[in-house]
Design a protein around this ligand. Structure first.
Ligand SMILES: [Zn+2]
Length: 293
């Protein structure tokens, strides 16, 4: 087996949860510098260095990973977010389609693409050139998210380029698209939940199967330390920063209280874990063998 294949194999994680089969697949990762921006906009370089040191992380930058989730339930295969485009951008990301096979899927097997929101790392991979990457898929998206990017209302100036990408990729798919409100069912066992702020109509998705649960929380937090241990800290990636902070606190409280398993798009691969309440905040606890027992 080549070293290349080893890399791909370590880029998928697959397990059974209740009667569902869950796979997380790494689309790629970029090393980004510095930390502020985008994270901890309200903290000094010294404070950031201290937080990094306490968590055994480098203080000059961070790894931004991109991990879509696939859930097979009730005969339907649902892909949550599409990562970057399968060709183009760079070598570091856009690998989702190629790595599907390692999780046992072909692009034709995807029945539903469910978007958490419309930032580029979540939607670019929906098209492969001028063809849909997942030829048999229909699409689900939060109604508020679709309307905000369509109209431009509430979209910050810095997201003008993101809106151009949205307008090119998403509106042409509307004849195969379902618009979701808070609490709507995607398929039996999968429910959409409003988590607005990171983007105007950001959605999460909850899987419930045979007494087991998983929350696909998208970008409720974008870094497992800087935005999770410091949920009130300002994050440059959040389109409505106050609303994102309120949502982050609400969801972290819920996940910690309920002991929910989370799949987080930007959490360190395999992007599965739990949220532990600490004295005055929260901590990300990566899942290890829990998902295999
Ligand atoms: Zn993202």
């Amino acid at each position: 087996m080549s070293a290349k294949n080893e890399t791909y194999k370590s880029s998928i994680h697959r397990f059974t949860l209740g009667e569902a089969v869950v796979s997380t697949i790494q689309d790629g990762a970029h090393i980004r510098e510095p930390i502020n921006p985008p994270f901890a906009l309200d903290k000094s370089d010294e404070e950031i260095a201290q937080i990094a040191a306490r968590n055994n992380l480098p203080s000059h930058g961070f790894e931004s990973g991109y991990t879509p989730t696939i859930i097979r339930i009730g005969g339907q295969t649902v892909l949550f977010d599409t990562g970057f485009a399968p060709r183009g951008l760079d070598e570091a990301a856009g690998h989702l389609r190629r790595r599907l096979a390692h999780a046992g899927y072909a692009p034709e097997d995807i029945d539903i693409v469910a978007f958490t929101h419309c930032h580029p790392d979540h939607i670019l991979g929906v098209m492969d050139g001028d063809k849909p990457t997942y030829p048999n898929a229909r699409y689900v998206i939060g109604r508020k998210e679709f309307e905000a990017w369509s109209s431009g209302e509430g979209i910050p100036e810095q997201r003008a380029g993101t809106r151009d990408i949205f307008l090119k990729l998403i509106p042409p798919l509307t004849d195969r698209m379902t618009f979701l409100e808070d609490g709507d069912s995607v398929v039996s066992g999968l429910t959409a939940e409003a988590a607005f702020g990171h983007s105007p109509g950001h959605m999460m998705y909850r899987l419930e199967s045979a007494g087991k649960s998983l929350l696909v929380w998208g970008d409720v937090t974008n870094h497992f330390v800087f935005s999770l241990q410091y949920p009130n800290s300002l994050v440059g990636y959040d389109d409505d920063k106050d609303m994102a902070i309120a949502t982050r606190n609400r969801v972290l409280d819920m996940v910690a209280t309920d002991g929910l398993l989370v799949s987080g798009f930007h959490m360190p691969f395999p992007s599965l874990g739990y949220v532990e309440r600490t004295q005055d905040s929260y901590r990300w606890t990566p899942a290890s063998y829990q998902t295999r027992m």
